[in-house]
Design a protein around this ligand. Sequence first.
Ligand code: G
Ligand code: G
Ligand code: MN
Ligand code: NA
Length: 253
Amino acid sequence: MSLEKDLRKALARSEFMVVYQPKWDSFMNVTVGLEALLRWRHPEHGIISPAEFIPIAEETGLIVPITYWMLHDVCGQNMLWHRAEVANVPVSINMSARMFEGGGLYDVVEEALTRSGLEPHFLELEITESIAMNNMEETVAQLSKLRNLGVRVSLDDFGTGFSSLGNLDEIPVNTLKIDQVFIRKSKMHSKKAIISNIIAIASNLNMEVVAEGVETTEQIELLQSLGCRVMQGFYYGRPMPVHELGQWFIENT
Ligand code: G
Ligand code: G
Ligand code: MN
Ligand code: NA
């Protein structure tokens, strides 16, 4: 199928929607954040996973306008939840490497915040290690500016990129997100050791930590015993459309 051609029209036709997955404080048992994830409702093929269309969107550059749309949509939605006193938590958005080319990101983030009225610390950008490391000087400069504005930054899929730990203290980051692969194999002694060390690095660098892909009570108990508090995964909640989140927050805040 010619996804590229359809992708070009998808924004204008309002075919994208955002779903939100909760981040959960497993000690306090409350929702402490949300991750916004993109979905494409294709008129013929139904819901298409971002795993399928994000690579095309990155190659074609369409990821930039799509992410700009998402920034506005997510900030507006989060402000609606604030105003209705439904929820008061930061929402994160995934950033492709492309978002840091051309230097336009800061102005769009600022505009999305101003237009929605959302306070900056309720918006978080998720970047991967490889994004942070390649073209590091430029990326760090942009991230620093965004952080000065009050926007939060997290390092996604942490532990899987080929980042050198030696640079980690130079990237302006609030949170390390431990990649799902470590959680999935956390019964293995070696993976447990890696998780434990990521938690220690985060703690020593004054960063927060989130465990991703949490699916079982065994994983939760292990993570808690290692001092990890905030978790995200199917055990707590799948990515949900906006209309399901009202009920979610009633039951889970
Ligand atoms: O939501 P799901 O698990 O299907 O996402 C699959 C992949 O697509 C993940 O790596 C996720 O980070 C990525 N993804 C989801 N939404 C977005 C988005 O809005 N922008 C970018 N760049 N990646 C996204
Ligand atoms: O790359 P990133 O970490 O942004 O990807 C997030 C993706 O992980 C989303 O597509 C989401 O659907 C998926 N995800 C979230 N929680 C779980 C989980 O517990 N198990 C699995 N297999 N995938 C998950
Ligand atoms: Mn992510
Ligand atoms: Na991740």
